[in-house]
Design a protein around this ligand. Structure first.
Ligand code: HEC
Length: 156
């Protein structure tokens, strides 16, 4: 009995990790198709963007970094001067579900984000869930303007 419990205690966290990895992979696979009809036109199939107009996802600190900030960016938009991977941009990202109503579906939005966080050289290891997307939407529901670089650099 003791041995079984000890074994379970070792295996359970491993099982949780394996679950995360499987969920992330499945979500990213679903998200790829959505990426191709939404973000791809600007951020490109290779994820390197089209500098100096469209910033890259591949290696982007915003894509791979804090998940809450990423959801906030894509649901509210981002405007003005912005440095990504040391390159300067100065455009506008319109809240993605305004541009593409299918992304009002939290699951679809989570899938696209899981895709861009694991495609190319990006290596996120925790999935963004539909519940998490809703939580961040609720948190910023009263905000009506896009973010600026100063705000996303110092995201609270
Ligand atoms: C019409 C073109 C266009 C489309 C479509 C588009 N974006 Fe962007 N995106 C931009 C521009 C331009 C910026 C830079 C904004 C700035 O300079 O402040 C940007 C910036 C970003 C950034 C922050 C910078 C970076 O590269 O990490 C993220 C994250 C992002 N977009 C996510 C998305 C996602 C996810 C989609 C698809 C669901 C998408 N965008 C679709 C034009 C677009």
């Amino acid at each position: 009995m003791k041995k079984t419990l000890a074994l379970l205690a070792t295996l359970l966290p491993l099982a949780a990790l394996a679950d995360d990895a499987a969920d992330l992979k499945a979500s990213a696979e679903r998200g790829k198709a959505t990426y191709m009809v939404t973000c791809m036109a600007c951020h490109q199939p290779h994820g390197n963007g089209l500098p100096p107009v469209f910033p890259p996802f591949n290696g982007s600190e915003y894509v791979q970094g804090d998940a809450r900030r990423l959801v906030a960016i894509v649901t509210k938009g981002l405007t003005g001067p912005l440095k990504v991977k040391g390159q300067q941009f100065n455009g506008v990202l319109i809240a993605v579900d305004t541009q593409f109503p299918i992304l009002k579906d939290n699951e679809k939005l989570a899938d696209v984000l899981n895709y861009i966080r694991t495609a190319w050289e990006n290596k996120a290891d925790k999935p963004i869930t539909a519940e998490f997307v809703q939580k961040v939407r609720d948190e910023f529901k009263d905000r009506t303007t896009p973010w600026t670089e100063a705000e996303v650099l110092d995201f609270k």
